[in-house]
Design a protein around this ligand. Sequence first.
Ligand SMILES: [Zn+2]
Length: 278
Amino acid sequence: MKNITYYRDYLDISYFSWSVPDKGYVWIENTDFVQSEPASKILIINQKMQTENIIRPLANSELWLKFAQLETSCDHIESFANSFGWLGVGEAIIYKGNGTAMIVGESFLRWELEIRLLKTISQLWEWTKEENEEKLKKSITWNKSNVYFQNAFFKQLIAGYGMKRPEFFNVWTYGDLYGPAQVFIQEVLNEKLKEIHPRLLFNKDGNLQEYIYPKTLIAAIWYQFFQVITGQKKFIRCEICNEWMDVTEKRSDKTQHTKCGNLMRQKKLKNNTRVNKC
Ligand SMILES: [Zn+2]
């Protein structure tokens, strides 16, 4: 029997593949969902499609960030989908355009919900990490019988007396922010991780090996964020521009984007030259 070589890269989630139609996606209106979704614009595969390109969306280690920061407008969503594919949450719809046809589509409302949810949870995680009580206080609300999360988009019961997770509610100190925030993050993440499954796939030597594989692009994006929360991927904010950056493979003392550091040095050099001239 051949030896199985442990080939870490192949097992990495970044090898998740997804297909993107060569002519991209388009928004349509005038549709009915076969099931439950309310009416909204629907993203469908451009019917002029000739082929599908297989891509590896998670080769971009900042995809979760791109998604969390995505503007919830049709143009921005379409552009994201044309680069990385749609979310993979399509439902059958009846399109009443030129005649009636049944096709698969993803609603604008669903995209908006998914973007807002990742934005919300990634913010909450950051506030917990940096112990930003001022921000946490605005989203974790207590009363005598329950504690819930609330922002402009979501309101969700986290725990309550005799209702939901009483075992937590009974031991938390009234007004605690960290316990409820972490439980809410955990609840959302675990729900999203249900779409990730182990699979038996071939490694580069042709042997079978376990591989964690997301079912959809949105599940893959959440898995990438899960890796950030668990510390498998390391993200910090650049000390110059304050944007997130992936420092997983970088030196431990890296604190700024290379381009931000270079710009800063150029600026300093310019200022020094000016001073010398005087
Ligand atoms: Zn920067």
